[in-house]
Design a binder for this molecule. Structure first.
Ligand SMILES: [Zn+2]
Length: 111
């Protein structure tokens, strides 16, 4: 693994033909809402360990039991803090915004 690669980005080999694609995450269709930004981005009914929300960049942490418990996978952020950051910066941390994308129409929460 390239150590310069961002630690939390999923490492997936899509093959040569996918090299220039920028929309590879479109292959994953969520069915559960992200605990941070609430958009419907999380696959597998939310049981998606180490999955990173493409909209807010929160990494699913199945081990935290409450919104004010710090998440090691998320730089020690709590969900409460991450939500505030998402509202303020558009990402769980300001320097992660460049990895995030706009929500797609079908990802908007129905309620
Ligand atoms: Zn999210």
């Amino acid at each position: 693994m390239n150590s310069k690669q961002y630690k939390y980005l999923p490492v997936v080999n899509y093959g040569e033909e996918a090299k220039n694609r920028t929309d590879i995450e479109i292959d994953i269709i969520g069915n559960s809402s992200c605990p941070c930004c609430r958009f419907i981005t999380i696959p597998n009914n939310g049981d998606a360990l180490a999955y990173i929300c493409p909209i807010c960049f929160w990494e699913i942490d199945l081990f935290i039991k409450s919104d004010d418990e710090t998440s090691d996978q998320n730089h020690g952020l709590t969900l409460i803090k991450a939500r505030k950051n998402y509202q303020q910066f558009g990402a769980v941390l300001p320097n992660l915004k460049k990895y995030c994308r706009q929500p797609k129409e079908y990802e908007y929460p129905t309620k």
